[in-house]
Ligand binder design. Structure first.
Ligand code: SF4
Length: 461
């Protein structure tokens, strides 16, 4: 199937990381403002089957170690295809690109970040048309309802700008469609296990009011995917009995999490970042992070380059959040979930949000309750926790009411003992035994980390 591709193609390459020194070229990424990947369903006479086009310089004409603008447009046709399926196929771009040896794809939609390794280039991977061939063959074999497909790669910034607008509109239309439908109104949620190759215990639970962490799959997308590919990575979850309406706990979700995570995750609160939060793989668009000093949450999206108000950048907090674990106070989220009335609803929703980057705040203006908008600080208002505390007190943010409360939930108590850090499974080796603490919570007034000094070998006499 891939004899004409100069590198290997297969599941074995998923998860391969390409470090800066090993990359030949980079596409998209944080330094490129406009980038996208988009799938559109077209009429059959608008698609030339098998056509792969590169608009702008192809890999062979690129300078090594440079960063290039990037866009991928996949146009498909088929008598049974509906627009519903666009988002689902779009998400497979991430998966299938990562099948290619020496080709790393991160994120989704307007956040894509791709690298080609020097090794792959030296093996002859000198054209994006190889990526096109792999995508076309894998997508068609997985989803036979795709009758024809043409793929266009963009590496020219001006050309990208033209399609970028169409892409943004398409994302917004898709996201808006699921708004208005509530979790209570449907009997079935959807699960997605696409990211288990990176985070084996992670499954996204996609409900009308809790969009997938990557921001790429809505409840409607999940429904379409489960219908056309019932044995695929996106599947239906019968809600079962609602065990806790406020937390968003359902018996069907718990059973599904237990089964799909092989017993690692047994309970899930859909609307809380504490105790049994929804797991996070690594593809989340943003993070809601608890700030114990003010008992509120900050939120930050992947593209934010500065440090946040707690002094940590997105990348550091992403390490604490990812991996398919349930981490108190570090919660992977999508932008669309922030627009949902169920957004961290059991923790207080926007009444618990105390800080976010100014761009994000502006983007969410119409979704943040008007009486709270000016009470949420940004990087333009405060730089430190101390400044944040004063800002919140001056504006009488509702979170201040919690400062006087003494009865704390266990999760808040954990958080109050200091920043919530996660070290995953903590192994302690002693006298031939290795003890592993799994999801342990350790309280300490003080932690000292010291380097181990190696003993100097005794001089021979
Ligand atoms: S983040 Fe969730 S919904 Fe998105 S691809 Fe990964 S598992 Fe699926």
């Amino acid at each position: 199937m891939f004899d004409d591709i100069p590198v290997e193609v297969g599941l074995i390459h998923v998860g391969e990381r390409i470090r800066k020194n090993d990359m030949y070229v980079e596409f998209g990424g944080p330094d490129i403002k406009e980038k996208f990947e988009l799938v559109r369903v077209r009429k059959s006479d608008q698609v030339t089957d098998g056509k792969i086009t590169v608009i702008g310089p192809d890999i062979s004409a690129m300078d090594p170690q440079k960063k290039y603008p990037f866009g991928i447009l996949i146009e498909i046709a088929g008598s049974q295809l509906e627009e519903d399926i666009e988002g689902v196929i779009e998400r497979r771009i991430h998966e299938y690109c990562n099948y290619i040896e020496g080709f790393m794809h991160l994120n989704q939609r307007y956040d894509i970040w791709v690298r080609l390794s020097k090794k792959a280039f030296n093996k002859g991977f000198t054209s994006l048309s190889y990526v096109g061939k792999v995508l076309e063959r894998l997508l068609k074999s997985e989803l036979p309802i795709i009758e024809s497909m043409q793929i266009t790669f963009y590496t020219d910034a001006k050309e990208i700008s033209l399609v970028y607008e169409e892409a943004k509109k398409a994302y917004e239309t898709r996201d808006a469609r699921a708004r208005g439908l509530t979790d209570e109104e449907v009997e079935v949620f959807y699960g997605c296990a696409l990211c288990q190759s990176f985070a084996p215990s992670h499954v996204c639970v996609i409900t009308p009011q809790r969009y997938a962490n990557c921001g790429a799959i809505s409840w409607f997308d999940g429904r379409a995917a489960a219908r056309i590919d019932p044995k695929g990575p996106i599947f239906s979850i019968e809600k079962g009995v609602c065990l806790d309406k406020e937390m968003g706990e359902y018996s069907g979700v718990n059973e599904s999490a237990k089964k799909r995570s092989l017993g690692e995750v047994n309970r899930v609160y859909l609307y809380s970042a504490f105790k049994y939060p929804h797991t996070s793989c690594g593809c989340f668009e943003g993070i809601a992070f608890y700030i114990p000093e003010v008992e509120g949450f900050g939120t930050v999206m992947r593209g934010y380059r500065d440090v946040t108000v707690n002094g940590l950048p997105f990348s550091t907090m992403a390490d604490s959040t990812a991996g398919g674990r349930q981490v108190d106070g570090f919660h992977g989220i999508s932008l669309e979930y922030m627009r949902s009335p169920k957004f961290l609803a059991s923790d207080g929703g926007f009444a618990r949000i105390v800080w976010m980057p100014s761009d994000l705040k502006e983007q969410l203006r119409s979704f943040i309750p008007p009486d709270l908008f000016d009470k949420i600080a940004t990087e333009k208002d405060v730089k430190t926790i101390e400044e944040l505390k004063k800002f919140l007190a001056d504006r009488e943010h509702p979170v201040c009411d919690r400062w006087e409360e003494t009865a704390l939930t266990p999760s808040e108590e954990i958080a109050l003992h200091g920043p919530v850090y996660s070290v995953g499974d903590l192994p302690i080796t002693s006298a031939g035994f290795k003890i592993i603490f799994k999801n342990a919570r350790i309280y300490a007034d003080r932690v000292t980390i010291q380097p181990v000094k190696s003993k100097k070998p005794e001089k021979e006499k």
